[in-house]
Design a binder for this molecule. Structure first.
Ligand SMILES: Cc1cc2nc3c(=O)[nH]c(=O)nc-3n(C[C@H](O)[C@H](O)[C@H](O)COP(=O)(O)OP(=O)(O)OC[C@H]3O[C@@H](n4cnc5c(N)ncnc54)[C@H](O)[C@@H]3O)c2cc1C
Length: 291
């Protein structure tokens, strides 16, 4: 597949902000421009650009011919004015409109994205980079799931928007097991999937993030056969789960898709750790092996 060469960048305006759980804000945005193909595949990532204090709207570079030129122009904006960029998942697109929904976890560290979502109100504007095939999973989920005997999904509430779109994309005959860690029982959300989907909700109830998820998955009796695994959430927990699946359960490395969505005590602006770099290298090597 030829990689896409353009990166869509547009403005989005809040049309509705509501709480779907005590700690999840669902924000409906109207995009200035949105390709028809957007919202047709699960697990679509996008980046949102937040204004700096004192700005009503973020300062965005003009659209560029290619993604690297755009990113260079972004970095050339002096830091006090450069928008803060954070990654999110397209939870839903309302068909036939330019309306999209994004679910924000209102987490305790309260970074700029979470703080913004806490107070979001109609009329506020953000920048949006993507959704783009550049951020799409290397192997389409449906193809990876179809090649396996069953599907394993695991993550915390930051991964719940993606998990919701993934279980919604499973074929009717699929067998899937989802482990989802949330703060407490009030954070559960309805998940629409095929009859063969089992969801195990894990409540932190005050324990640190990742502990309940890792404990439940490592102790679980998993179905027989070859799984395709999709893991996302706090980076340390994702790493521990991946290691467990590969070294203790004998799951093939290539059958485990993984992504550290956030890091304890670090923001998305902080430099990658040695472990982050090792993960990125492995993903690059895997992508090179596929091409
Ligand atoms: C591909 C991808 C898709 C994602 N999709 C979503 C999504 O749909 N919805 C969503 O809410 N998040 C999603 N995330 C995670 C989100 O990008 C991060 O949580 C991000 O750090 C939030 O930015 P912030 O400005 O609120 O916090 P930051 O400024 O990045 O961090 C501030 C502090 O908050 C802590 N922190 C950050 N996130 C969390 C969290 N979830 N729980 C507890 N503490 C946290 C950090 O450790 C840090 O101490 C996604 C991430 C990726 C990579």
């Amino acid at each position: 597949m030829t990689p896409p060469t353009t990166l869509p960048v547009t403005c989005v305006e809040v049309v509705e902000a509501r709480r779907i759980t005590p700690r999840t804000a669902r924000i409906t945005f109207e995009a200035e421009a949105l390709a028809d193909s957007v919202g047709t595949a699960p697990d679509q990532q996008l980046k949102l650009c937040f204004p700096r204090p004192g700005q009503a709207v973020p300062e965005l570079p003009a659209p560029a011919e290619d993604p690297m030129s755009w990113y260079r122009a972004y970095l050339a904006i002096p830091e006090p004015r450069r928008p803060l960029m954070r990654s999110f998942t397209l939870r839903h697109r309302r068909p036939g409109t330019r309306l999209i929904e994004v679910d924000f976890v209102l987490h305790e560290g309260a970074g700029p994205a979470s703080a913004w979502a806490l107070r979001a109100a109609p009329g506020q504007r953000l920048g949006m980079v993507g959704p783009s095939a550049l951020y799409a999973p290397p192997v389409p989920f449906a193809a990876a799931a179809a090649a396996a005997d069953w599907v394993l999904l695991a993550g915390d509430e930051s991964a719940l928007p993606a998990i919701a779109t993934l279980v919604g994309a499973l074929p009717r005959e699929a067998r899937a097991l989802a482990f989802v860690e949330v703060a407490d029982v009030r954070e559960r959300q309805p998940l629409d999937g095929p009859p063969g989907l089992t969801v195990r909700w894990l409540h932190r109830d005050g324990a640190p993030e990742g502990v309940a998820l890792t404990a439940a998955l490592t102790a679980a009796e998993l179905p027989p056969g070859r799984p395709y695994a999709w893991l996302a959430g706090e980076a340390g927990a994702v790493r521990a789960l991946r290691r467990h699946l590969v070294t203790e359960r004998g799951v093939a490395k290539e059958a485990v898709e993984f992504s550290g969505y956030w890091r304890h005590r670090l923001t998305q602006d902080d430099a990658p750790t040695a472990e982050d770099l090792a993960d990125a290298r492995e993903l690059q090597e895997r992508a090179a092996g596929r091409s």
